[in-house]
Design a binder for this molecule. Structure first.
Ligand code: 5GP
Ligand code: ZN
Length: 138
């Protein structure tokens, strides 16, 4: 389903022009309009899913498969030193556009991008509790 008021639905389906690198029937690969670094790419689904909690596993699998191909093409052509692949879900997690998209952010020595967090701690009891809680829903 497409959503009328969603800018990424319009971009993904070609109603709004974008710097498009690749498209197939399910996905469009574009340059981010506010790149974190040179060559920051987004992969958009053509169908509307708000985020990871809505997309089906098969579509997500095909999207990540495409991401691996695009990442190799980027590494070869941009000569980056590394790459972050990330995907934000929910306002608290930094999601600003509520249409599923995957970020491919090339990393260069000396760039100012920060994808870090303070390291926490976990007890054995908490490990057991969390493992049991989550695994029964999979
Ligand atoms: P989020 O914060 O939701 O994970 O990422 C949204 C991303 O979409 C941002 O990196 C932002 O620069 C990018 N973006 C927002 N609007 C547009 C647009 O109209 N065109 C393109 N190409 N990128 C956009
Ligand atoms: Zn949408």
């Amino acid at each position: 389903m497409k959503k009328d008021d969603c800018i990424f639905c319009k971009i993904a389906n070609g109603e709004i022009p974008s710097a498009c690198i690749y498209e197939n029937k399910e996905f469009r690969v574009i340059l981010d309009v506010g790149p974190a670094t040179r060559g920051h790419v987004l992969i958009l689904t053509k169908e509307h899913y708000d985020n990871i909690f809505e997309i089906d596993a098969e579509t997500a699998g095909r999207l990540f498969s495409l991401a691996s191909v695009v990442a190799r093409a980027m590494k070869k052509t941009l000569n980056c030193d590394g790459m972050n692949i990330l995907q934000n879900n929910g306002t608290i997690a930094g999601q600003t556009v509520f249409h599923f998209h995957l970020h491919l952010i090339p990393r260069y020595e000396g760039d100012q991008v920060k994808v870090t967090w303070p390291q926490g701690e976990i007890s054995d009891d908490e490990k057991t509790e969390l493992v049991n809680m989550i695994k029964k829903e999979i």
